[in-house]
Design a binder for this molecule. Sequence first.
Ligand SMILES: NC(=O)c1ccc[n+]([C@@H]2O[C@H](COP(=O)([O-])OP(=O)(O)OC[C@H]3O[C@@H](n4cnc5c(N)ncnc54)[C@H](OP(=O)(O)O)[C@@H]3O)[C@@H](O)[C@H]2O)c1
Length: 298
Amino acid sequence: MTTVLVMGATGKVGRHVVVQLRERGHHVRAVSRSSPDRFDWADRDTWRPALSTVDTIYLNVWGVVGVADPSEFTELAARSGVRRIVALSGRGDGGEDFLLNTPYGPWAKAVVDGERAAQDSGVEWTIVRPCWFAQTFEEDPKLSAVRDGEVLIPVGEGTVPFVDAVDIASVAVAALTEDGHQDQVYELSGPRAMTFAEAVAEIATATGREIEYVPVDVPEYVRHLMDRGYDRDSARTHAGPFQWLHRGNTGFLSDGVLRATGHEPRDFADYARRAAATGVWSPSGVRRRSRSGASGRC
Ligand SMILES: NC(=O)c1ccc[n+]([C@@H]2O[C@H](COP(=O)([O-])OP(=O)(O)OC[C@H]3O[C@@H](n4cnc5c(N)ncnc54)[C@H](OP(=O)(O)O)[C@@H]3O)[C@@H](O)[C@H]2O)c1
C-alpha cells in the first residue's frame, strides 16, 4: 500500500490534512519533530525513513530556515520513488520583496524555496498559496491577547480575507489524491476581506466576551511584545507580516478553494463559532475536548 507523507502534521493545516486523508481511506505517515514517526529538517537521519514507501507528499517547509534547502529533500524524494508533491506556500500581493526585506524575510523565503523545490523536483506538483489563516488567532501572541481581552495589532485599516485551515487542507487533499491538479498554483482566500478589528469583533460575538481591539503602530507593537517577554528579534519577526499588511494590498479575494474543491470557502464567523466552542479563547485557556478527541483547534 502506498503512503502519503504529511509534513508539519501537528500544525494548523497539517492536522486537518491528516484527518481528511484518513477519512478518505488513505494510508498516512504524519510527521513532525514531536510525532511518533519523527521528522526534523535539522536532522537528516530522519529524512530517509520518512520517505520509505511514500508515493505522495504534503510538503510543509516550516522549520527548514537555517538548516537545509527544501530542494535537498525533494530531490531525495524523487529518487525514492515519490510521484507527486503538494507544497504549502503563502499568497503574496505582487510586492513580495517587501516581506522578504522585513525581519520575517527568511521564513517568507523558505516557502518560495519550497515552491521551487516542488516544481523542480521532476515529479507532479501542485502549489497551495493561502492568505492569512483564520487560525492565526489560536497561536501566540494573538492567542494570549484574545484570552486577555485586549488585542493590540499594528495594521491600521489593512484587510485580509482570512482563510480557514480546514479549507486549505481540503485543497491540499484534493491535489494529493485526485488527478487534474498537476502544475496548478492555487491561491486561496476566505469569502470576505476583513480588518483585524472586524475579526476580533467576530471572536467577541462567538465567545460572548468583551474583547477590545487596540490599533497600534509597529514600534509600539514591538515594545508591547517585549514587555510580555519576547526578545527584540522575535518581536520584530512577529511584526514583519503586519508591516506588509499595512501597505493595504492584501485584501483581494482568490478563488482557489472553489477551483480545487468545488465548494465555497468558509466564512470567518463560522470558524470563530467552531473555535469558541472548543474553549481555546476562554480566559483560563482550558479547551474542551472535541468529539473526535483531537486537540481541536477548530
Ligand atoms: N499562518 C498563516 O497565516 C500563514 C499564511 C500563509 C502561509 N503560511 C505558511 O504556512 C506554513 C506553516 O504551516 P502550519 O500551519 O502547518 O504551521 P504551524 O501550525 O506553525 O505548524 C508547524 C508544523 O511544523 C512542524 N515543525 C516545526 N519545526 C519543524 C522542524 N524543524 N522539522 C520538522 N517539522 C517541524 C511542527 O511540529 P513540531 O513542533 O512537532 O515539529 C508543526 O507540525 C509556513 O510555511 C507559513 O509560511 C502561513
